[in-house]
Ligand binder design. Structure first.
Ligand code: SF4
Ligand code: SF4
Length: 432
């Protein structure tokens, strides 16, 4: 695996209208980062080989697969939020791909236009398109944004100048009238996808797509359950990578490969083989999503001797904890079941959102964690404010707790390291 590199596809990138010379540098940097952060880990499960291979092809092989879908007249849709119902795109024979930005590189490009003091995820995503340094952004037919937060909904107006950008209104409360609005939004989304596909989605197609994506979520649930065992059979970094790749890979293949990995992890659990010793502090993360390649906090925690056992986040359990009822076989009933599932998402953009506090505590127990680290991206007001309730709940329950607010730059690494080491010490003392 020392030979690992993220493969270069300059002709493909040229054809996508990318800034090839600049992107080539990003490719090399990402490859180096991956070798250092991922391939240096001891005792990795053999099943991670598939995900390493997918990373090697992330800027080429997977893009070619998506272009083949496009050539077949099927929609390729970019999204930024787990509220966008990917089942609808899959039902139309298309591909739904996550475009959230998790890297510092394009932020200066975004700051030429956007204010500096907004969430780095939004700036990173916008910067990738503005600088033409993301093959996924260059491949999609259109993107679908949402109104979950102010930074996003205002950025979509500007992003629309660079790529066709549609917006779904996400209600901010969960009353009956909000649910009715949400169902209407999902219908509009379906109509847009059908327009690009040139055909109406049938109940059979939607039913098959619901099952396919449920299977993906079931495989991720299985991984989460295995991480809850002691010792955890897989590192938190590897698990986070899998959760990130869930937004890029072809869903059927992803589920198959993840289930194969889980078979191996089950054997490890039976044999008492952990990714690290059972004495390693077990930490659960809660908060804002960590988009690829944001591995910063996991790397700091695991380098300091901890193991991350859960992510209560949209790149994490919030993406896979709920399934859609597969029972209905008529379109209207399927759409109702779909919207009901999506309304269970407990993002901090909702008010009130007390079910998230309960969910955090449930996942804490299920993952046999010993402490919670609340992670919030800078300038994310909803998660930053909701953190108060999570902290209060941890105080009530006597759970070791640390809240950090960070961005993608390496500048705060030293300070975070110190705080994380003190937090792990607190966990070790509580465990004595
Ligand atoms: S945190 Fe909220 S806005 Fe962000 S992806 Fe999740 S549901 Fe969407
Ligand atoms: S992390 Fe917060 S501020 Fe950033 S895009 Fe998500 S909801 Fe908006």
């Amino acid at each position: 695996m020392e030979q690992f590199e993220i493969k270069a596809y300059p002709a493909l990138w040229e054809g996508l209208g990318m800034e090839v010379a600049r992107f080539e540098k990003s490719r090399q940097m990402l490859g180096e980062m991956y070798r250092k952060i991922y391939l240096s880990q001891p005792n990795r499960p053999a099943g991670m080989g598939y995900f390493d291979a997918l990373m090697a092809e992330i800027f080429g092989g997977r893009i070619e697969e998506m272009l083949a879908v496009k050539r077949a007249g099927r929609p390729v849709v970019g999204t930024f939020c787990v509220y966008i119902p990917e089942e609808v795109v899959v039902a139309a024979g298309g591909v739904c791909v996550g475009l959230c930005g998790g890297s510092q590189g394009p932020i200066p490009d975004a700051e030429k236009v956007l204010p500096r003091n907004i969430c780095p995820m939004v700036k990173s995503a916008y910067g990738f398109k503005a600088a033409r340094i993301c093959p996924y952004f260059q491949t999609v037919d259109f993107v679908y944004g949402e109104t979950t937060c102010d930074a996003k909904k205002k950025t979509w107006e500007l992003l629309n100048r660079l790529v066709p950008t549609h917006v779904m209104e996400i209600p901010q409360m969960k009353r009956e009238r909000d649910k009715a609005l949400w169902l209407a939004e999902v219908r509009d989304f379906k109509a847009k996808v059908e327009e690009v596909a040139g055909a109406a989605i049938t109940a059979g197609e939607l039913g098959a797509a619901i099952k396919l994506i449920n299977d993906k979520r079931r495989a991720l649930q299985r991984l989460a359950r295995l991480r809850g065992k002691r010792p955890s059979p897989i590192s938190g970094k590897d698990a986070l990578l899998i959760e990130q790749i869930a937004f890029y890979d072809e869903p059927g293949r992803f589920s198959r490969k993840l289930n194969e990995l889980c078979d191996e992890l089950e054997e490890r659990v039976q044999g008492g083989l952990g990714a690290v010793a059972d004495s390693a502090p077990r930490v659960m993360l809660s908060g804002t999503p960590m988009a690829l390649p944001n591995w910063k906090v996991h790397h700091l925690l695991e380098t300091a001797g901890a193991v991350v056992v859960n992510e209560e986040s949209c790149i994490g359990s919030r993406y896979f904890k709920d399934l859609i009822d597969e029972g209905p076989d008529r379109l209207e009933a399927q759409l109702t079941a779909l919207t009901e599932r999506y309304m269970q998402i407990d993002c901090s953009c909702f008010t009130p959102n007390d079910e998230r506090v309960e969910q955090v505590l449930t996942e804490y127990r299920q993952s046999q964690a010993q402490g919670i680290l609340h992670y919030s991206l800078q300038f994310c007001h909803t998660y930053n404010i909701e953190e108060i309730k999570i902290r209060e709940a941890c105080e009530r329950e006597g759970i070791p707790y640390l809240a950090i607010e960070s961005d993608y730059s390496p500048e705060d690494t030293g300070q975070l390291q110190t705080r994380i080491e003190a937090f792990l010490e607190q966990i070790r003392e509580a465990a004595c």
